[in-house]
Every structure is written in structure tokens, then in C-alpha cells.
Design a protein around this ligand. Structure first.
Ligand SMILES: [Zn+2]
Length: 257
């Protein structure tokens, strides 16, 4: 029996990792966020994360990644549907957000938000993806990931890093849906934010200007997110088909012998 109730380990499906990274790489100006779904081992305090929900941003200010009660509710419903479909006890296990151009470590706001979630669920986990961190010497972009929980230190809230492993897994149907929804969610965010701006302006020229920016943003989503995503999935399909072919010829050979 373990005395203190905090998360000991996170096992993250490779697909969920891929979705989160794709999501984080969609913008280098704002932080993106979402919720993590899976099963938890209540005896060993280990989380198995096998799905996620990409969320709309409510507030596009830096360091203001907030999840509304409605979003939490929608994610819980999604987890419940998955639980029914898979006949496994799936539920919301944590949240993730991105840190474009900054270190992976949680800010004070992040730690406070995390502590709040833990009052509802002591095993709730926070995940941060640091993206667009470039090292001029390496000429490459780095992606870093941390899993953390908050705890009350002697004087202030502190963070505890949680060990995690990324587990390879076949692409699940529900994760494929999640990833293909990404461009649609981004488009919706753009349309919503431009419509708000547009309703405040009466000036024709300003409205024309805003419209052209909206078009530009939408074209950006298609060319920088949707198309690469399609290419990626097509490559994946090719790889899977090649693997099926190889396995079938192996089967044939084994039958012949
Ligand atoms: Zn943060």
C-alpha cells in the first residue's frame, strides 16, 4: 500500500504524443491546450494515456491557458463514449499545453492551475510540450516534454516531475478522428476570433482588411497544417500496406514449408 497519493508514472501512447506534438506545432505565437484521456491504475498510481481531446482556446493571451467547465464536461462525455465503445474505464486523466519558444518548465500560473485540478483528482497530471526552441549550433528545432504534478512545499507550491514513457501503439480509429479534426478546430478558432473583431467595426476598409487577414490565416492552416497532415497520413498508409504485404509473403512462405 502506498501512503502518499500522487502519480508515480505516465505511460503515453505514441499516437497521443504525435497528436499533441502536431497540435503544439500549429502555432508558434500562442499556447495550445487539450485534455488527456485514458485509464489509471489506482493501486500503483500509474496513468495509461491513450486518447486526447484538442480544445479551443478561450483566451489567446500568453500564459493564459484555461479550460472552461464546459470543455471539461465535453471531454468527460467523450471519455465516457470511449469507455462504452472500448468497454474499458476511460476517463479524463490530465491536461496538456504548449510552450512555444520558452522552456518546458511550468510557470507559477501552470503550477497553481495544476494544484487546483489535483484538488478534484489527486492523480491528475499536467503535460507541457516545449516547441520551436532552436539551438543555433544544431540548426534544428527541439521538442521537449515534461509531465508534472504540484505539491505544497514548505513555503510555496512546488512541482514534482513525473516519470513518463512513450509506448508504441497502432493508430486507433478515435485518435485518427482526433488528428483529422485538428484543421477544423483551427479554422473554427480563426473564424470565431475574426467574427468578434468584425462585429465591432463599421468601417468598410477596416472590415476589408480584417477579411483579407482571415483569408490569409485560413490559407496558412491549409498549407501548413492540413496538407502536411494528409501527406503524413498517406505515408503512414503506404508503410502499413508495405508491412501487410511483407507479413503476407512471410505467411505464405511459412505455409509452404
Ligand atoms: Zn504554461
Amino acid at each position: 500500500m502506498i501512503s502518499e497519493k500522487y502519480l508515480r508514472k505516465v505511460i503515453l501512447n505514441a499516437d497521443v504524443y504525435a497528436i499533441c506534438v502536431q497540435h503544439a506545432l500549429t502555432t508558434e505565437k500562442q499556447e495550445i491546450m487539450g485534455l488527456l484521456i485514458g485509464e489509471v491504475d489506482e493501486e500503483k498510481y500509474i496513468s495509461h494515456i491513450s486518447a486526447c481531446v484538442i480544445l479551443h482556446r478561450m483566451d489567446k493571451q500568453p500564459d493564459r491557458v484555461e479550460i472552461s467547465p464546459e470543455q471539461l464536461c465535453t471531454a468527460s462525455m467523450h471519455a465516457e463514449q470511449l469507455a462504452n465503445k472500448l468497454k474499458r474505464p476511460m476517463r479524463v486523466l490530465g491536461w496538456y499545453h504548449s510552450h512555444p519558444h520558452i522552456t518546458v518548465w511550468p510557470s507559477h500560473v501552470d503550477t497553481r492551475t495544476q494544484a487546483m485540478y489535483q484538488t478534484m483528482d489527486p492523480l491528475f497530471v499536467g503535460m507541457i510540450f516545449s516547441v520551436f526552441q532552436s539551438d543555433p549550433r544544431l540548426r534544428s528545432n527541439q521538442v521537449q516534454l515534461t509531465c508534472f504534478q504540484a505539491y505544497q512545499g514548505t513555503s510555496e507550491l512546488e512541482r514534482r516531475e513525473i516519470e513518463f514513457v512513450i509506448k508504441s501503439s497502432p493508430l486507433q480509429n478515435y485518435n485518427l478522428e482526433g488528428i483529422s479534426n485538428l484543421p477544423r478546430i483551427l479554422v473554427q478558432e480563426e473564424v470565431d476570433s475574426h467574427d468578434v473583431k468584425d462585429s465591432n467595426t463599421q468601417d468598410e476598409l477596416a472590415s476589408l482588411h480584417n477579411d483579407s487577414f482571415k483569408t490569409l490565416a485560413l490559407v496558412h492552416i491549409v498549407s501548413k497544417v492540413a496538407r502536411p497532415l494528409c501527406d503524413d497520413l498517406e505515408e503512414r498508409l503506404k508503410a502499413v500496406n508495405a508491412r501487410i504485404k511483407a507479413l503476407e509473403s512471410l505467411k505464405k512462405k511459412l505455409r509452404e514449408n
